[in-house]
Design a protein around this ligand. Sequence first.
Ligand code: PMP
Length: 425
Amino acid sequence: MSISEKDKRYVWHPFTQMKTSEDALPIVRGEGTLLFDEDGNSYIDAIASWWVNLHGHAHPYLASKISGQMQVLEHIPFAGFTHKPATDLCERLKVHLPSNQQKFFFSGDGSSAIEIALKMSIQYWRNKSEMRTRILALDGGYHGETFGAMSAGARSIFSAHFNDYLFEVVHLPFPSNASKSIDALTQELEKGDVAAFIFEPLIQGASGMRMYPAKNLSELISVAQSEGVLCIADEVMTGFGRTGTVFACNQLSVQPDFMCISKGLSGGTMPLSLTTCTQEVYDAFLGDDMTTAFLHGHSFTGNPVGCVSAIASLDLLESDECINAMKRIASRHTEFAEDLRVGKFAGLLEDVRFKGSVLAIELKADKSGYSSEVRNTLYSHFISQGVLLRPLGNVIYILPPYCITDEELDKVYKSVLSALERIAI
Ligand code: PMP
């Protein structure tokens, strides 16, 4: 049986509409930004494989570090035991994180990192015998697929079947306008008992690469923190250079209490995530017995293979080559965005926005959102052009691995232009 036949028979893919979805494309190999199918056709991975890939596919340096670690120690329980890859990774990350982030809790994916931050925030207040229970988030936010993460996220088609099971979260207005969000936050703070405030800093990914100023977020955080509210920065998507700095929080004038990082953490090779927090948060969990301890641990917590991959990925990320590549991509995006804004397709566009290596082109559409009709037409068009772009509803976005070449970027931009040409007809 071919890969496709087996796939059809057995595999349940995310987001498939069961009866109408197209067959999954069997990918047999990756190299740099390219993915190759069974017939040798190549596709430029212009979405970094769902935002995880930083340095390209099957990177020899990452592969050699992973392979080396596999032959020494593949996994151990990360309770009562520790290992050098985990402790070295914490040390390496500390250099890039806001200086108040002192403690590192490992897990395996972004949603788990979020669950952990939420659970820690709730328990923090209980450990301090202060009954703060309410969670604030931002309108349009997305924080993952598990119940706590879904609760923190905006209610949408993704959560529709589960809304009755989610805990209540107050969603503040999207902070493109600071005063509106601050007013809503102040009102919530006046009501009291707010435990935590969670947000995607600078860019909301899944809701369409919606961008907002660092200054507005800094204001929100400082107002929340003035009332003791624990602020959770969900850097699952924005981490590792996506917004132009290693973390989006590096652009803020304040520091969050928690950070959740995943996706690019391992360079896109292995499932790995971290919830980082301040010493003050950590200290609230110390006690004489288990009642104040954080009783949470995943089987693959602190996986050493993931950790060595993360360290190797940082080696590459910190190199001049990668730093220059990020700058190059940002300036190419800026030029392309300017061209689009004044070009012949400007009338089709609701908005063109960019930050760091993320470019988003929002099309005017009757029905926006993930299920927008135009999305499927666009996706098939890009694939036919040898480009992997998965529009978020009516928002086409480009978020490539940093190793993408100028020629490959040209091809991606051209595929966007030809898609717009098709829509214009
Ligand atoms: N937070 C954000 C901002 C995300 O974009 C995602 C995933 N797209 C998650 C959390 C959840 O991460 P994971 O898919 O690894 O569970």
